[in-house]
Structures are given as C-alpha cells and as structure tokens.
Write a protein that binds this ligand. Structure first.
Ligand code: UTP
Length: 293
C-alpha cells in the first residue's frame, strides 16, 4: 500500500526575535497578514493539500494559537444575537478546521528538536512539516504540489527555491542532480546539503524553504543525533543523516513565497495579499497609487 500523508506538523515554538518587540508577549505566528494570523495561511494550505490532522509544536507564551483554532462560545453567541451571519461563518470556519493537536517544546532547542516533539502524535507515518513563516501564494498549494511528488516517489521531499547572489547564505543549500526531467524538470535528487554556507561555498543556488514531506525514519535519526553548538538540534543535521539511508528529493515549487518572519517580507506579504483581496484590492490599489513614492 503506498503511504499517504495525513498529518501536518507546524513548529511554532521559536522565539521570533526578528520581530521584537511585537513578539515579546504574543507569538509571531499570530501576527496578522491582512486579517488572518500568519499560521492560518499555513493551516489552510495543509488542509487544501489533503491533510486532516494538524499538529502544532508550541512553547511558552503561545496560548493564543490554541485559542485561535478553538471554539469561542462568547464571540459566536454575540455574533448570533446581533445577526452578524457573515462574521459568524468566518469565526466558525476557523474552529471547524478539523483535528488540531498541540505538543510543547519546553525549550527552543532548534527546529530538529521541535519536529522530534511531534514523534508520538505522528507515529509511523510519512508526514508534512510546514514553517508558517513561509507564506506561499500559489495556484496549486505548494504542499499539494509536493504531495504529488510523494505519491509517485514515496520518498521524502523538500521544497526548494532558486535564490540568487549572497542572499543564499541565509538558507540551507542543496547539492543536487536532476531527476531525469521529471515533474517538468522541477524535481532533483539531493546529494547533500549545507546549512547557511558562505556564498562562495554554496553548492548551488537551490535554497531549502519551509515545506517538507518526511518519512518517519527521521524521528529515530533525530533522536540519536547529537545537539550542536548552542545546544540546538538542527533539522538539516537530521536530514543529512537520513540521506545516508534514503533518497530525498528536492522540488522547485511553483508559487510566490513571502518570509513573513522578517519585517520586509511581512510588509510585502501584507501589501501583495491585500491587493489580491476581492473586497479590499481596488481601494487599496487606489490608495497606494496616491502615495508620493
Ligand atoms: P526561525 O529560524 O524563524 O526562528 O525558526 P524563530 O525563533 O521563529 O524566529 P527568529 O529568527 O528568532 O525571529 C523557524 C521555525 O522553526 C520553529 C519556529 O517557530 C519557526 O516556525 N522553531 C525554531 C521551533 O519550533 N523551535 C525551535 O527551537 C526553533
């Protein structure tokens, strides 16, 4: 029986230091882009890709994420009484977002460690990992594109994007070989990867971005990988070890990504996604045109 991916893990226990002071008392994942918190974009993508269980790895001060996806009786009752049916529908649809589970990462010991926290909830199944910071606007949701690759290959898949110039140093970077032009030449087989290399040491211009489909073997590997400097366990270290045992594919997704965990990326996402909104786009475009830039 081919494996199917039903569970999506959202590591959301990071400290969000790039967004201080906004993230001092509220999680970065709850900052709104237009009118939805960052993490809701990712959860909607996972649902659209066919996942029916969402696992969020949270940490201290992240209670509002759980509240957001929970039923809000008082709010729903008030909207019902005031006959605000449109708003009621919106609020209801959030808490209806299927099965949500939460697990704590007690200390922010790195992305690999955060993923490992989901081990018991995921079990022996292939699963998706989405970093909510990366908001991807695409005709076919990015994770759904990756699901097609997984269904055909039954191997782990990492989403990748071409990043030109010195900016590549901010990413994990892939050393790859083409996978015979499959998936319109978007598929590559990974030879190796390196975390945040100097531009001159980058093995390619293919950067790892925040979408992964992984086989459950990665949990055993992460559990036995020593933590690196600063006590952190990086996902890349686990993936390097997985690569010694299993094939991993890189897939150049189609779509536009915003790094909403970064101030400039957050602003770009806000402007571009607002322009695309039916009820806002025209008025917002008019406003922007009137600015003296
Ligand atoms: P980032 O590198 O963006 O770190 O983490 P961060 O702490 O969220 O933000 P900055 O850089 O300090 O501003 C990538 C993803 O991994 C999660 C984060 O929540 C984010 O989704 N993460 C990171 C954890 O869940 N636990 C960790 O220990 C580290």
């Amino acid at each position: 029986m081919p494996m199917k991916v039903c569970k999506a893990v959202f590591p959301a226990a990071g400290l969000g230091t790039r967004f201080l002071p906004a993230t001092k008392a509220q999680p970065k994942e709850m900052l709104p882009i237009v009118d939805k918190p960052i993490i809701q974009y990712g959860v909607e993508e996972a649902l659209a890709a066919g996942c029916d269980q969402i696992i969020i790895v949270t940490g201290r001060g992240k209670q509002s994420i759980e509240d957001h996806f929970d039923v809000s009786y008082e709010l729903e009752k008030m909207l019902e009484e005031r006959k605000k049916t449109d708003l009621l529908k919106i609020v209801h649809s959030i808490s209806d977002m299927i099965h949500m589970a939460y697990v704590r990462q007690k200390e922010a010991l790195g992305l690999g460690h955060a993923v490992l926290m989901a081990r018991e909830l995921v079990g022996q199944e292939a699963f998706a990992v989405l970093l909510a910071d990366d908001i991807i606007d695409a005709q076919e949701p990015c994770l759904k594109q990756m699901m097609r690759v997984f269904e055909e290959t039954q191997c782990s898949v990492i989403a990748t994007q071409v990043v030109e110039g010195p900016a590549i140093s901010a990413y994990g970077v892939l050393d790859v070989k083409p996978a015979d032009g499959r998936f319109d030449g978007r598929l590559f087989e990974i030879n190796s990867m390196v975390e945040k290399p100097k531009p001159e040491d980058a093995p390619s211009n293919l950067a790892i971005i925040g979408r992964y489909i992984l086989t459950p073997r990665v949990f055993e590997i992460l559990a036995s990988t020593p933590h690196g400097s600063g006590g952190e366990l990086q996902l890349t270290d686990g993936l390097m070890a997985l690569l010694r045992e299993q094939r991993i594919y890189a897939y150049v997704y189609e779509g536009r990504r915003y790094d909403a965990g970064d101030k400039l990326g957050f602003l770009k996402a806000t402007v571009e996604l607002a322009l695309k909104r039916e009820e806002l786009g025209d008025k917002f475009r008019e406003y922007l045109k009137g600015l003296k830039l």
